[in-house]
Design a protein around this ligand. Structure first.
Ligand SMILES: O=P(O)(O)OC[C@H]1O[C@H](O[C@H]2O[C@H](CO)[C@@H](O)[C@H](O)[C@H]2O)[C@H](O)[C@@H](O)[C@@H]1O
Length: 379
């Protein structure tokens, strides 16, 4: 195993929480953020765990623990919460909600922060605009959600930022007026014409920072298809600049075998790395590009580089969205909104429980904008 394709920090942090059961928070660390590492105790745990990982044998366990923890819907995680003293759990939940209040409850606060600024919307797809389902090909977005997003884009520049390849996510969303960043931001394309309200500010957008990896990703996709076909329920998805290996429908007993299969393939590709999403292993180029970088790139393309008159709002449910939440937090600009029913460590400022709440939030934004335009004195 070469160094390039080991993603110790994410897997390790997840596993520490999962293995030690030190907190009723669902194990969902923001990658590379250092946030929620648990102070000195957390560092000690990480060190201890790192040495376990270095023992080699434990490394696979770490991956499997991490895979188990990768979706808050995991039955055992839910059972663990149910078994924990309910007062403690409730306290933890209340504390978490205080730190990441509902974006619906704090709508006025969000709006008042947007005074004099153009709101720009960034939306993840799976788990945010469409509910999580077993078959990735059936993650259909409702017509009502599509209408909400269509109306949103009439007032605010709107981008979909997804781990799926751009064509696939476009086929689900089917709104030509949006910006799309597929393959975790490695394939960005804007609409033929920028939004009218952006005047001449917005530039034409097309950017593929991982172009040179295309043949390699395609090859790895084919190898993984072959390699994993002995694992019932495993599904390999070609996302153009990255590959997803789904294990949502794989028997838990086979997870470690599947992780082993994937890692044995990756040994041959030191320029690729492995990350995790919700019951999915993601294989992607080692380039320093993620949803956070895509967000910055889009803001610049929209004419908002180094300027204060924009309020970016990013809504997402997954670990990969943490890169974008962190960018907003570091810039001290705009807000991240995490979609989750359960407390998770996050760089987001606000929370929403599920896609239906995301839709309510988008509808309220549209309604607020309509009313504020109506209330404007005519010149
Ligand atoms: O960034 P996203 O738009 O959230 O994409 C992340 C991955 O989403 C999809 O997988 C997830 O949703 C599936 C459908 O609900 C679910 O079956 C799977 O378990 C989830 O991981 C998509 O299929 C992946 O390619 C994306 O990378």
């Amino acid at each position: 195993m070469t160094k390039q394709n080991v993603v110790v920090p994410e897997a390790m942090a997840i596993s520490v929480a999962a293995v030690t059961n030190s907190s009723p928070l669902f194990p969902y660390p923001p990658p590379r953020s250092g946030c929620g590492s648990g102070g000195a105790g957390g560092v000690a745990l990480k060190k201890k765990y790192l040495s376990q990982l270095e023992l080699g044998g434990a490394r696979m366990n770490a991956w499997v623990e991490s895979m188990k923890a990768s979706s808050p819907t995991h039955a055992k995680a839910a059972a663990a919460l149910a078994a924990a003293p309910s007062v403690g759990v409730q306290d933890e939940h209340a504390t978490w909600i205080m730190r990441h209040p509902s974006a619906l409850n704090k709508f006025e606060q969000i709006i008042s922060a947007s005074k004099g600024k153009q709101i720009a919307m960034f939306l993840d797809y799976d788990g945010t605009l469409s509910p999580i389902v077993d078959d990735p090909d059936l993650a259909i977005m409702s017509d009502a959600m599509r209408d909400a997003v269509r109306n949103l884009a009439r007032f605010f520049p709107t981008a979909i930022v997804s781990g799926r390849c751009r064509d696939k996510v476009y086929n689900f969303v089917r709104l030509a007026e949006l910006y799309y960043a597929g393959s975790h931001g490695m394939d960005i394309k804007g609409p033929a014409r920028g939004p009218r309200y952006m005047k001449a500010k917005a530039k034409a957008v097309f950017f593929q920072p991982a172009g040179e990896f295309l043949p390699m990703i395609h090859e790895v996709y084919k190898v993984l298809l072959e390699k994993t076909k002995s694992t019932p329920g495993a599904k390999v998805e070609n996302n153009k600049f990255c590959v997803s290996v789904h294990y949502r429908c794989v028997d838990e007993k086979s997870w470690s075998g599947l992780a082993e299969q994937v890692k044995s393939v990756l040994k041959e590709y030191p320029k690729l790395r492995l990350t995790q999403g919700r019951k999915v292993l993601e294989i992607r180029p080692t380039i320093k590009w993620d949803k956070g970088k895509a967000l910055e790139f889009l803001l610049e393309s929209l004419g908002f580089a180094d300027c204060n008159d924009v309020l970016p709002v990013y809504i997402g449910d997954d670990r990969t969205d943490e890169d974008a939440f962190k960018v907003l937090r570091d810039r001290g600009q705009g807000f991240g909104i995490l979609v989750s029913k359960f407390p998770k460590e996050t760089n987001a400022s606000y929370s929403l429980q599920e896609p239906s709440e995301v839709m309510d939030f988008l509808l309220r934004l549209v309604e607020w904008k309509r009313l504020s335009l109506k209330a404007r004195p005519s010149v």
